[in-house]
Design a protein around this ligand. Structure first.
Ligand code: CO
Length: 156
């Protein structure tokens, strides 16, 4: 278990823009990597972390919102519903918070560290965190999806 350095957009944008590769081996290396991601997430007090943020271009992310912890390995979104506009931030862009529109509810299918495939439906902040972390796996950052301030005025 170790805390890894989180790559910053300002220093590593080219890397953070790459598309990550699917996980094929559910082995001890994967477990060690995820344990490091958990340590790193806790150290930085974030809601989620994607492997590319610690320099690994694999489709792995973790989210921890309240008492829900999820491992998202090779995740796919199977349905989305509604939309919520809310301030969002990222450990790779410290101190920056902008309004982003996300689904109010998402259903996903993913694998955990043991290679067990599961389905999960999340709402609100957890749904937002899942979408944010999954974006990292395709090289997208939340600043790509910022909605302009006028749009948020009528948003409840
Ligand atoms: Co992020």
């Amino acid at each position: 278990m170790a805390i890894r350095k989180v790559l910053l957009r300002d220093e590593n944008e080219d890397f953070l823009r790459k598309v990550s590769k699917p996980v094929v081996e559910f082995d001890d290396n994967l477990v060690a990597l995820i344990n490091d991601m958990i340590d790193t997430l806790h150290k930085y007090d974030g809601l989620g972390l994607a492997a590319p943020q610690i320099g690994v271009l694999k489709r792995i992310a973790i989210v921890e919102v309240g008492d829900v912890y999820l491992e998202l390995i090779n995740p796919v979104i199977t349905s989305k519903e509604g939309s919520i506009i809310r301030d969002e931030g990222c450990l790779s862009l410290p101190g920056l918070f902008k309004k982003v529109e996300r689904p109010a509810k998402v259903s996903i299918r993913a694998f955990d560290r043991h290679g067990f495939e599961y389905e999960y439906t999340a709402e609100g902040l957890l749904a937002r965190a899942i979408c944010h972390e999954m974006d990292h796996l395709d090289g997208h950052l939340f600043v790509d999806f910022v909605v302009d301030d006028k749009k948020t005025k009528g948003d409840k």
